[in-house]
Design a protein around this ligand. Structure first.
Ligand code: UD1
Length: 422
């Protein structure tokens, strides 16, 4: 079990390149199943979840590999529809394989997916939509989901909630359906647009991603090989922005899409950060001490991302004044707050609301990351804290950040990773 050790007090300064988006790569990897051909995907981050998805594709019979950030998947050799339980349980995103396997092979077996511990994370919207399209899906039976569909039919689907995963699953399932599929109240995240772009390069008929209505025209004809460059990771970019905000440093972030960071930029400016936006880059300068934010709500895109909630709370914990943060997307996404409190933060929790009374400073101690973004928040808190912060549970952090210690060291952080026994 590795640990990350951060000695706080350095103002971060320098330039960082932001890696490709995990949440875009994962559905795109699921989409590779559809074309029965060659897929070349560039700008992929080297992360455990990406590795797991590649391993699943290999176990399904695809030829898949990654070299220097480029993944190649040849899905012409696919010969299984059973997603190995031990891999599915490692990663919640494995559920998006349901749609493409049903579309291409007419059947699928998957164990109930695992993933971050940030709430119950049901998959009812995925299953309901696939059933409306004509799939026979046996809901969890002894921990497994079995799906079958001789053909899928297009359907006019109204989502109860703009779920990112459900939107992706339906898009993927609909590509070979008989007739048109509409997804209304669809998620509008940039990763959905990237998936649409990928599917279109394959020759699929998809429109509307980025708006609340997506239309997929079913198609029987063969799809083609694809080459694609994945969009930058807006959550990694946002996290690095907060490292400047929380340390009063100055960072130049390159290889980003500033438009994807609208709500993050808006709130960081409100908290006193200076942000200069350029084409595919930005420079952020943190204030001597951040200002509190009045009320910040997490929302589906283009609202403030739930995946940035923990990081911004870490910053608000040392802000001047009291902030109120409301988590509307996931239940149980304030677990990390307990650890910040150990470091001296003054945070009161009431269900989905956190009242964060800014303190003058945090103090390093032993803390435990229990989920990905909560783990990142502890690293950020460590950067600003007095003394040494020792973070365990680093496997969660590694699911979403490529070489975080190396990157932050490059811009002046005193951070290192130690394996147990060292
Ligand atoms: C994706 C992201 C995750 C991000 C989240 C919200 C990936 C791999 N992960 O997760 O990082 O935090 O979007 O931006 O892209 N829900 C249901 N029933 C369902 C599906 C979802 O009730 O069938 C609920 C969830 O429990 C949650 C909310 O809807 O409360 C949002 O979930 P969803 O948008 O589906 O998130 P994910 O796709 O799991």
């Amino acid at each position: 079990m590795a640990k990350i050790i951060v000695t706080g007090g350095q103002k971060l300064k320098g330039e960082l390149r932001v890696e490709g988006a995990k949440n875009a790569v994962l559905p795109i990897l699921a989409a590779t199943i559809l074309n029965g051909g060659v897929n070349v995907i560039k700008n992929c981050p080297q992360l455990k979840d990406v590795g797991i998805m590649l391993e699943i594709l290999k176990r399904l019979g695809c030829r898949a590999g990654m070299k220097n950030g480029t993944i190649t998947v040849d899905s012409s050799t696919l010969n299984s529809t059973e997603i190995p339980a031990e891999l599915a349980m490692e990663m919640r995103s494995s559920i998006i394989l349901l749609g493409p396997l049903l579309a291409r092979c007419g059947k699928v077996t998957i164990s109930y997916p695992g993933g971050c511990e940030i709430g119950p994370r049901p998959i009812d919207l995925h299953l309901k939509s696939l059933k409306l399209m004509g799939a026979k899906v046996q809901d969890v039976h002894r921990g497994f989901i079995y799906g079958e569909a001789e053909t899928l039919n297009g359907y006019d689907i109204q989502l109860d909630y703009p779920s990112v995963g459900a939107t992706e699953n339906i898009m993927l399932a609909a590509v070979f359906a008989e007739g048109e599929t509409y997804i209304r109240n669809a998620a509008k995240e940039p990763e959905i647009v990237d998936l649409q772009n990928y599917l279109r390069k394959m020759g699929a008929d998809v429109q509307g991603a980025g708006t609340s209505v997506i239309r997929v025209g079913g198609k029987k004809k063969k799809l083609c090989d694809v080459e694609h460059q994945v969009i930058p990771d807006r959550i990694v970019a946002g996290t690095y922005m907060v490292t400047a905000g929380i340390t009063g440093g100055q960072l130049h972030l390159k290889d980003i899409v500033p438009e994807h960071l609208g709500a993050v930029i808006y709130n960081l400016r409100d908290a006193g950060c200076r942000i200069n936006i350029e084409k595919n880059a930005l420079t952020i300068t943190g204030p001597a001490r951040p200002r509190a934010l009045d009320t910040l709500r997490t929302l589906p895109y283009p609202g403030f991302p739930t995946d940035m909630q923990a990081q911004i709370v870490a910053m608000l914990s040392i802000a001047r004044g009291t902030s109120v943060v409301v988590e509307t997307v996931f239940e149980n996404r304030f677990q990390y707050a307990e650890e910040l409190i150990k470091m001296g933060a003054n945070i009161k929790l009431q269900g989905r609301i956190a009242v964060v009374k800014g303190v003058r400073g945090l103090t390093g101690t032993f803390v435990n990351a229990r989920d990905l973004r909560g783990g990142a928040a502890l690293v950020l808190a460590g950067l600003a804290a007095d003394g040494e912060t020792v973070i365990s549970g680093t496997k969660h952090i590694e699911r979403g950040y490529e070489k975080i210690e190396e990157r932050l060291s490059q811009v002046g952080a005193n951070i290192r990773r130690v394996e147990d026994g060292q």
